[in-house]
Design a protein around this ligand. Structure first.
Ligand SMILES: [Mn+2]
Length: 278
């Protein structure tokens, strides 16, 4: 019985199949996907179908690309030039896959490992309890068919996009509150010293301006001993310099590799992108 965490698959179905084979994934194992299951890669439809077929053995947290698919399907947004979602959107089971996907949370907590699994990260000013509670607020809207405070999942997906507010304040309400929470968990990379998200700096962390630091470089306050496993940031290539902060987007879709981390043995297991062999 093993528990694996896997970073951004982004539609790299063949590599995912190879990875499952390599870790000898069996019916007593579990696999936690850290979001961005789809988009940019060659087979988003096949990837979603495979992961759905794993049933309760697969735990999923949503990433920005997963939310983008849901925003197209349910929120009236359109595909962008760099998206590779057409086959998925036009599939006969697209709605089924979308309704299944929107039941997934923004973060997942593994009690036995004191570990949080999230796509982008958890800002330093949220404790584990606080993060779970805020993620739950968004999850209740996007997973339900009921309206709350004049919002339902379709309105959420219509109004999801935007960089503002780029800060957290307890008194944020409505879509501003939900957008800020969603952006922290699914899009954050750099924070300033007030904990505001920066979306404009796109370079390597070594060349970041002095006013910005990676979200995980801020103090321990609220983090206690917990582990955080995250994806989203391929240019880190798995390196955070912090043992308890585990970066698992190793850039499969960019020709590098797809990585699984075994929670029990703390081993990293990777398969090379098939693209890199061509
Ligand atoms: Mn991402």
């Amino acid at each position: 019985m093993a528990t694996y965490a896997v970073g951004d698959v982004q539609g790299c179905l063949s590599e995912l199949e190879a990875l499952l084979k390599q870790i000898d994934f069996s019916s007593s194992d579990r696999i936690i996907f850290l979001g961005d299951l789809i988009n940019r890669g060659p087979d988003s439809l096949g990837t979603l179908r495979l992961i759905k077929s794993l049933g309760d053995q697969a735990i999923i947290v949503l990433g920005n690309h997963d939310l983008h698919f849901l925003a197209i399907l349910f929120g009236g947004h359109v595909e962008m030039k760099s998206d590779t979602l057409t086959e998925l959107i036009e599939a006969k089971d697209a709605e089924d896959l979308g309704h299944w996907l929107r039941t997934k949370p923004l973060i997942h907590y593994e009690d036995s490992f004191d570990a949080l699994m999230v796509h982008a990260g958890v800002p330093f000013f949220w404790s584990t309890q606080k993060a779970l509670s805020l993620a739950g607020e968004v999850h209740r809207i996007i997973s339900s068919t009921e309206e709350k405070d004049g919002l339902d999942y379709r309105i959420f997906f219509k109004q999801m996009y935007g960089n503002n507010p780029n800060y957290w304040a307890e008194n944020l309400t409505g879509m501003d509150r939900y957008r800020a929470i969603t952006n922290y968990f699914t899009r954050m990379r750099f924070l300033d010293f007030e904990g505001k998200m920066d979306f404009s700096f796109k370079g390597a962390k070594e060349s970041a301006p002095y006013s910005l630091m990676p979200w995980y470089s801020f103090g321990q306050e609220g983090h206690q001993t917990r582990k955080v496993l995250f994806g989203h940031w391929a240019s880190l290539n798995g390196v955070t310099g912090r043992e308890e902060i585990i970066a698992l987007d190793t850039g499969c879709v960019w020709g590098r590799c797809l990585t699984a981390y075994c929670m029990e043995t703390k081993e990293f297991l990777s398969v090379k992108s098939f693209k890199s062999n061509k």
